[in-house]
Design a protein around this ligand. Structure first.
Ligand code: IPE
Ligand code: IPE
Ligand code: MG
Length: 356
């Protein structure tokens, strides 16, 4: 039942996204701009789960089951566009080769440069990075556009747009903190929580709040949904990091050694370092953050993650956060629509049980 509903909304989101992009494409009226635009569209349709727009729609329906679904979906594109913009920039910062199983956005332009320009005149890597920065900028810009629709009262649209702005700020804040962590080995769990509350959970919060605001929610309901989304978002990221290292690269669409080589400060790694003995710690210090680590070394780190109990710990933290989500939703007053409340629980559950 939930999956049918998820797929139904997902199809509608994708249809609306196509339509929205078609409107925008009219402004891109020269051959390179068209090519750029095609790459943007390919990236947007390379297989995202659309969890943020779906979360927004379910939140609005949990407040008012008779909400104008098309209107909410149109406004929710802002979240999908912002999210994809942040992924394009993230892949530049993380030096990622792939995203969703295909070349990262900036890598497609690196290849474009190799095919179309002389390497002596245009450095392909530089070109890729430049186009990636612009790809993200383009999507950030159109994201704002999507919120402003006239099917909801203007004061509600303004309020939703302010939430969007605040959420965007929190995401950037989280990524700045994370980037600072890159050069450090020892990060506390508390620091990690603050960072992911920004880079990941903030957009989940915005999704629920924008949906609820446009549906006319009361402040007490907004607060409950925000708490729900924060826990769901943090759990989603903890699991993202687990499947990033222990999952199936074919499903996640990115290599399972990149987080380790990159030195990404995941809860998994933080707990491993905390629990490691001297010998394990020395090994971790040598391997984590070293781009030249070989597959055996990466495997060694994974074993330490299991032996120290860090993997189990991370899984259990995600589960605890999921249980918090359920409590938050059940305590909302006035209560949410029962059917959509249960869908919200399912979406949070999907976040921690997923393989991609
Ligand atoms: C990936 O987000 C980045 C994180 C914040 C963990 P998603 O897992 O929602 O990415 P797509 O859009 O479905 O590919
Ligand atoms: C992406 O975070 C979050 C943002 C872009 C804000 P991650 O770096 O953890 O996500 P993946 O692993 O690349 O999908
Ligand atoms: Mg990344």
């Amino acid at each position: 039942m939930f999956l049918t509903e998820y797929n139904r909304i997902m199809k509608k989101v994708e249809k609306a996204l196509k339509q929205f992009l078609e409107e925008k494409s009219k402004e891109l009226d020269n051959p390179f701009l068209s090519h750029f635009y095609n790459e943007i569209e390919k990236f947007l349709f390379s297989g995202g789960k659309r969890i943020r727009p779906i979360l927004m729609l379910l939140s609005s329906a949990a407040i008012n089951p008779n909400i104008d679904e098309d209107g909410i979906i149109r406004a929710s594109l802002s979240l999908e566009l912002l999210h994809n913009a942040s992924l394009i920039h993230d892949d530049i910062m993380d030096n990622a080769e792939t995203r969703r199983g295909v070349a990262a956005f900036h890598k497609t332009f690196e290849n474009y440069s190799k095919m179309n320009y002389d390497d002596e005149i245009q450095n392909p890597e530089d070109f890729g990075v430049a186009m990636g920065i612009l790809g993200g900028d383009f999507l950030y810009n159109v994201a704002y556009n999507a919120i402003h629709i006239n099917v909801f009262p203007p004061e509600k649209v303004l309020q939703a747009s302010l939430e969007f702005n605040k959420g965007f700020f929190k995401v950037v804040r989280g990524v700045i903190i994370e980037t600072d962590f890159m050069g450090k080995l020892l990060i506390s769990e508390k620091e990690y929580m603050e960072m992911v509350a920004g880079k990941t959970a903030a957009l989940f919060e915005v999704a629920t709040k924008m949906g609820a605001i446009l549906a006319g929610a009361q402040d007490s309901q907004l607060e409950g949904l925000e708490n729900f989304a924060k826990s769901a978002g943090i759990a989603f990221q903890i699991v993202d990091d687990i499947i990033g290292t222990f999952g199936d690269a074919k499903k996640t669409g990115k290599p399972t050694d990149s987080d380790l080589k990159e030195g990404k400060k995941t809860l998994l790694l933080i707990k491993t370092l905390e629990n490691a003995d001297k010998y394990q710690k020395d090994l971790l210090t040598k391997i984590v953050g070293n781009r030249d680590s070989n597959p055996e070394e990466v495997e060694q780190v994974k074993n330490i993650m299991v032996e120290t109990g860090a993997l189990d710990y991370s899984r259990s933290q995600a589960k605890i956060l999921f249980e918090d989500c359920v409590k938050y939703l059940n305590n909302i007053n006035p209560p949410l629509d029962e059917k959509y409340k249960n869908f919200l629980i399912e979406i949070a559950k999907m976040g921690i049980q997923r393989e991609k």
